[in-house]
Structures are given as structure tokens and as C-alpha cells.
Design a protein around this ligand. Structure first.
Ligand SMILES: CC(=O)N[C@H]1[C@@H](OP(=O)(O)OP(=O)(O)OC[C@H]2O[C@@H](n3ccc(=O)[nH]c3=O)[C@H](O)[C@@H]2O)O[C@H](CO)[C@@H](O)[C@@H]1O
Ligand SMILES: C=C(OP(=O)(O)O)C(=O)O
Length: 430
């Protein structure tokens, strides 16, 4: 191999089998922070956001906002100010959109405030095709002219956007968020039917209302937005990450240590807790925001179907699949949101799992143990599943492609090392 062909990559090495004990603190939610940051485009005033997690995706969104002309200042720990007085570009370039699909969230606000935006087409990713047709159709209904050219979505609304009656054929989280932001500055009333109910959508509405938007119905499937001429600055704190909390819940149950989860958002995890109870995991409330995870000796098998909030989140599917490998019987998980979100199955099987995929259902047969192996982190939540699996496996697990993990889990190595996990990173040659 020529020297210049050698690429360096980081791997995560885990020594499994350690009993874990201590406190795991939940960070700010990535999927709330990203739309919160995009919403700062809607005003020329300064917006301050607190509790921003230190993650690759947040860095990518900062880069994108800087590219558009936003002035960003670090105020104190995890708190930043954002101010977009005059844009220096109207384009979300391919190199950033390619790293993070949520870059599409700048389309609605740019178009609503400036009447023009270009966003590279996100394209497919490892969990599925993930088109943005519903975002575009809704914006067109609000009067935008949209064309796709040279791999870019080019959207114009020179006279501003107009309120419209939007019916989403499919529930879409970022689609609802894009239209919520666009409609806040549109002329007249917008009604979003079949809107997403996710807590991150509600949190965005809360932030927009603090900026002066007129929104009702957030958290239901019908949101009504009366457009206003201008929005103003605000101070907003990002809500805790329910998916990180759910990931910790699984980890605590499987390692059977004494793990307390701090900043645990039980209000967003009701259904996940119901499923956990069925499996034999109990969430013991210690204080307003702290819980202790306890498990019964034998875990029971369950059948899970991923669905939109308030039902079971697709973003916890891979982690619960790892857990169910150790249940006392056969479980099934059906993935209804993304068509290709079982990439972690062959990787879990490399560690000793016995999982078979039949269409959109995974059949999980019980095994006694996992043994460490070399595995690949195929997407963000699959990476979390690999980390959990590595921590319970006998011996050493080497996880490749861990940049996915750093997209969405804040300082995960430090958090786990703190409770007794043996984890390190190494740079290896490809
Ligand atoms: C940044 C962020 O918040 N990401 C979350 C968001 O992604 P995201 O908002 O991208 O996911 P959507 O809710 O839009 O996707 C739901 C389904 O609708 C389809 N669809 C969506 C839009 C569209 O225009 N056309 C279309 O067909 C998607 O391919 C998918 O099958 O919600 C997902 C579902 O809870 C989560 O897994 C992601 O973590
Ligand atoms: C799929 C996820 O994120 P994104 O929509 O940014 O790809 C996720 O958070 O699990």
C-alpha cells in the first residue's frame, strides 16, 4: 500500500464485564438543540441558548450558522449567543448537510426571513432513504417556488411566505419543525395537520413563542400558527435528552450495577418505562430529576413496535434490542419508521447475539452471554448499542466508525469511565 493511501481512524476499545456504579448525567437533547439553533435565524436580535450539548452535530450546526453569517459567542458553560443581523450566504453546503441531515432545518427559517435559501439535498443515509419531499411540498403550499438543481434545493419566496393548510401525509419531526418556523413569520394563518407530537417539537414551539410567535396546539396533531411580522431575541434552555436517558436505562439494567440517572426526563419516557416494566426493569424515583434503575433477576421477553411519540422511539430500538438478547424467551422488534434500521443486527450477532431479520421485524432469541469482537458502529444509535454490548461482553470489543457516536452522545467515554467502565480510544491505520 502506498504511504499516502493509509488513512487513520479512531476506534473505541472496551473491556467488558465490569460492574458499573455511580451517577450518569443526561445532557441537553441533540434533537431539540438543533431546531432551537436553527430558530435563531428567524430574528436579527440576539438569542441565547443554554444547555447545548458538546457534540459533533452541534458543532456542525454552529459551522452552518457561521457560514450563513450568524455571530456566535460563548457566554458560559454550554451557553452560547446567536445573532444573525445580515446573512453572508444563503446556502447550506453539501459538506455540512452530508455530515448532518438536520441541516435541512435552516431551510424554513431562511426562506421565511430572507425569501431565499439553498440547501444541499440530504440524500439517503444508513438508516434509510429519508426524503424531504414533505418539507418541500408544505413550503410550496405556503407560496415558495422550489427547484432542485445540481444537487441543491433552491427555494424562493420573494414576496414572503403565506399561511396555508398543511396536511402531512406522514408524520415528520423535522418537517413539522421546519414549517413551524416558516409559518411563524408567514403572512396569515397556517394549520399543520398530522403534526409530530415529539417533545422536541413542543420545545421548539415554546422557544418560538418566547420570541413572539403566535402558536397554539403544539403537542397535539393540529398546530395553528398565526404569522407575525417580526420575532425578537430570547433566552432558552435545551430540554434533557430522552434518548440518551433511555440509553442509560438499558445500560443500567444490563450491567446490573448501582446506576443513578440524573436529569432524567420521566415526563418524556412514559411509554418506554411501561415497556421497561414489562421486561422487569424498574425506575425508582429518588428525587425530582434523579432515578435509580433496578432490575428483576430474570428479564422477560416483549414485543416492541417503533412508532411516533408518544409510543416507542425508533432512536431507542437498537439499545432495547441489545437488552432483549438477555431476556428469558423470544422477543420481536418491528421497525416502522425507517426501512433500513437493522444495520446493528449483524454486528450484535458478531458479539454472540441470535437475531434474525424477517422483513421489518427482528426476532431476538435469548443468549447467555456476549463475547468481545471487532464491530462496526453503523449509525448513531447502533453505536450506542455497540457500546452497551461491549460493556456486557466478555473480553475486549473494538468498535470502528465511532464518529457516529460522537455525533449524538456528549462525552460518553468520560461519563462511562466515571462509573467504572474500561474504555479507551486508539488511532489505527485503515
Ligand atoms: C434531528 C432529528 O430530530 N432527528 C430525528 C427525526 O428525524 P427526521 O425528522 O428526519 O425523521 P422524520 O420524522 O421526518 O421521518 C419519519 C419518516 O417519514 C419519512 N419522511 C420524512 C420526511 C419527508 O419529507 N418524507 C418522508 O417520507 C422518513 O423517511 C421516515 O420514514 O425524527 C426521527 C423519527 O423519530 C428520529 O429518528 C431522528 O432522530
Ligand atoms: C437518526 C438520528 O439523528 P438524525 O436525524 O440527525 O440522523 C438520531 O438522533 O438517532
Amino acid at each position: 500500500m502506498l504511504k499516502e493511501d493509509v488513512k487513520l481512524r479512531e476506534v473505541l476499545i472496551i473491556e467488558g464485564g465490569n460492574r458499573l456504579e455511580g451517577v450518569l448525567e443526561v445532557s441537553g437533547a441533540k434533537n431539540a438543540a438543533l431546531p432551537n439553533m436553527a430558530a435563531t435565524i428567524l430574528t436579527s436580535d440576539e438569542v441565547i441558548i443554554e444547555n447545548l450539548p458538546d457534540l459533533l452535530d452541534i458543532d456542525t450546526m454552529k459551522k452552518l450558522l457561521l457560514e450563513l453569517g450568524t455571530e456566535i459567542n460563548h457566554i458560559k458553560d454550554k451557553t452560547y449567543s446567536f445573532k444573525l443581523a445580515t446573512p453572508k450566504s444563503y446556502t447550506a453546503p453539501y459538506d455540512l448537510v452530508n455530515k448532518m441531515r438536520a441541516s435541512i432545518l435552516v431551510l424554513g427559517p431562511m426562506l421565511a426571513r430572507f425569501g431565499y435559501a439553498e440547501v444541499a439535498l440530504p440524500g439517503g443515509c444508513s438508516i434509510g432513504a429519508r426524503p424531504v419531499d414533505l418539507h418541500l411540498k408544505a413550503l410550496e403550499k405556503m407560496g415558495a417556488q422550489i427547484k432542485i438543481e445540481h444537487g441543491y434545493i433552491k427555494a424562493y419566496a420573494p414576496k414572503g411566505l403565506k399561511g396555508a393548510h398543511i396536511f402531512f401525509d406522514k408524520i415528520t419531526v423535522t418537517g413539522t419543525e421546519n414549517i413551524l418556523m416558516a409559518a411563524s413569520l408567514a403572512e396569515g394563518q397556517t394549520i399543520i395537520e398530522n403534526a409530530a407530537l415529539e417533545p422536541e417539537v413542543v420545545d421548539l414551539a415554546v422557544m418560538l413563542k418566547k420570541m413572539g410567535a403566535d402558536i397554539t396546539g403544539e403537542g397535539t396533531n393540529r398546530i395553528v400558527i398565526n404569522g407575525v411580522k417580526e420575532l425578537h431575541g430570547t433566552y432558552h434552555k435545551v430540554i434533557p435528552d430522552r434518548i440518551e436517558a433511555g440509553t442509560f436505562l438499558v445500560l443500567a439494567a444490563l450491567t446490573d450495577g448501582k446506576i443513578i440517572i440524573k436529569n432524567y426526563p420521566s415526563q418524556y419516557l412514559e411509554y418506554v418505562e411501561e415497556i421497561s416494566n414489562k421486561i422487569g426493569i424498574h425506575i425508582v424515583k429518588l428525587s425530582d430529576n434523579e432515578v435509580l434503575i433496578k432490575r428483576e433477576e430474570k428479564l422477560r421477553p416483549v414485543n416492541i413496535e417503533t412508532k411516533e411519540y408518544p409510543l416507542f422511539p425508533t432512536d431507542l430500538q437498537a439499545q432495547f434490542m441489545t437488552l432483549l438478547c438477555f431476556a428469558d424467551g423470544i422477543s420481536e422488534i418491528t421497525e416502522n419508521i425507517f426501512e433500513n434500521r437493522f444495520m446493528h443486527v449483524p454486528e450484535l450477532n458478531r458479539l454472540g447475539a441470535d437475531i434474525e431479520i424477517k422483513g421489518k421485524t427482528a426476532i431476538i432469541r435469548p443468549v447467555k452471554k456476549f463475547t468481545g469482537a471487532e464491530v462496526k458502529a453503523t449509525d448513531l444509535r447502533a453505536s450506542a448499542a455497540m457500546v452497551i454490548a461491549g460493556l456486557v461482553a466478555e473480553g475486549e470489543t473494538k468498535i470502528f466508525s465511532i464518529y457516529h457516536l460522537d455525533r449524538g452522545y456528549e462525552h460518553i467515554d468520560d461519563k462511562l469511565i466515571n462509573i467504572g467502565a474500561k474504555i479507551r480510544r486508539e488511532i489505527v491505520e485503515e
